[in-house]
Design a protein around this ligand. Sequence first.
Ligand code: B12
Ligand code: SF4
Length: 521
Amino acid sequence: MKILLYNPDNGVTRNFMPHLWMFLLQAITPPGHEVVLIDANARPMSDDEIVQFIEKEKVGLVGIGAMTRMAEKAYRVADAIRLSGVPVVIGGPHVTEVPDEALGRDGGPRHADAIALGEADETWPTIVEDAERGELKEIYAPVDKTGKERKPSLQPYPTIPWDTLNLDQFNFFPRFLRPLLSRVGPHWRTLHIVPLESGRGCPYGCEFCTVTGFFGDSIRFRTNESIVAELLTIKARAKAEGGVISVFFVDDNFAISIKRTKSLLRDIIAAGAQVPWIAQISANLLRDQELVDLIAESGGKVIFIGMESIDPVNLADVKKGFNKPEEYTGVLQRLADRSIYAITSFIIGMDNDTPGVADRILQQIRSWPPGLPVFGQLTPFPSTPLYKRLQESGRLVRPKHWLKFEKNTMAHEPLKMTIEQTHYELQYAWAHSYDATRNAEAVQAMSHAPVGPRIFHFVTRLAFRAIYFPQTTRRAWIKVFFENRRTVFSLAKEAIGTVLISKRRSSSVRTPLRANTTVEH
Ligand code: B12
Ligand code: SF4
């Protein structure tokens, strides 16, 4: 049977990184089936095009995965596919949180033949076999024989064949630029970020987060050996194709057990398995200097930190009091000293936020080493304690916000601001974090660094701006470059100067050699 695994687009960012679930399910599909992957973020298709593809390729089963923000699209695509007679199974966090919706048991229309609740590592092979026999059940849940929930072990862990997977649709470099870029240097043919997990689960239970409910509060780890082996495969592929493959450790808190993280990083270093990597780590765990040293030595380049707020009252409200805003500066400096960037993530619209909150956060950010701030509005995801609290207090204005997704839009009334004020604060935060003045300040603050990393940081800033202000057209990019023309010119001037100096140096090294050769002859 041919199986299509489909990831709907997220409506915000394009081709950032493929989703791990697709590769994982592909790897654990029983032999004898062919699995095709389509990620609509990288390969947009209309519903008709998907249906045509399915008919042409004679696909017998479609699996769709969706976060809450993609639910509307997932349902729409599923409806079109089911109309053509092909069964659809939906899995992922959203259906797990509101299972009745996809099955039409809540009074709404039905969108899926079957749903896979929770982690599907053990149920997927059964789903495939049942589908092949035409005997799909409606609900697949990870439970043992007595009906008790069972979290899959990550030991052993399936081998994801990174050496042979077709990653074309996930190459960051636009097709038209590839021939040009491949002439720049040996590592410029492709650029990918691929997901890799080292463990699952988070004990912290922050009020707005679905992770503790979904993966559980006890953590399961893979073995160091299997992670190192996966990194070595990725590293070898990058070398073979003359490109760069960075790894995103998708663990919710990569250093949740510092001892184990250190042992993993040491093993990565010992095996020479370093690739550039990104991970999410909470600020409290980055107090540890040895950990930060090991991060740098093992290839860590960017750490995503869920700071959420600089207000301790807000942090206590959402049960994230372990974040200590007074520690943020030290933590960021420690990373910057090792040339590690931080993506600092903030939530706007928390209960103690008042007008001016964005400006207060930005003032703090200006006192930190250059990083990449991101902002989102507080969003009540179904089945979180936050959702329940807001529902009980009658503050949800769009209780089923996911059925009509509107990006950057509140679904509830904040306490100390209006919804409009919250939207203004969110827009203000993005606009002023990535305007031409701030970009110039950030590049200036890195004046001690060589020009290469400064150009990289500048270009990354332009890309991050696009998370809020879409820059999908060439015109939009030209406008952004024009606004930032001073920084563009000064970096370009410096880069050309650096190239000329290094050329001059290498020719002055070559000249005496040539002279010697002449004398000898
Ligand atoms: C990596 C990640 C990202 C990455 C990108 C996503 C990517 N390309 O992988 C980044 C950092 C960009 C990101 C951003 C966001 N993320 Co995010 N992210 C994650 C994270 C940490 C890991 C995802 C992962 O790979 N997990 C490991 C895999 C194995 O688990 P899984 O995806 O759940 O898949 C398993 C099952 O769900 C199931 N399954 C999944 N799909 C399917 C499909 C079928 C057919 C079947 C049978 C089974 C199945 O089988 C898999 C194996 O067991 C999760 C948290 C988490 N631990 O999962 C949050 C998470 C998915 N993100 C979340 C959110 C909210 C966001 C943001 C909206 C945050 C924000 N405010 O900006 C943005 C939106 C991004 C966007 N533009 O769409 C929420 C989603 C909650 C929800 N109910 O929707 C999560 C769960 C975290 C949380 N705080 O609650 N994210
Ligand atoms: S926000 Fe991060 S630390 Fe808090 S429960 Fe979710 S994954 Fe854990």
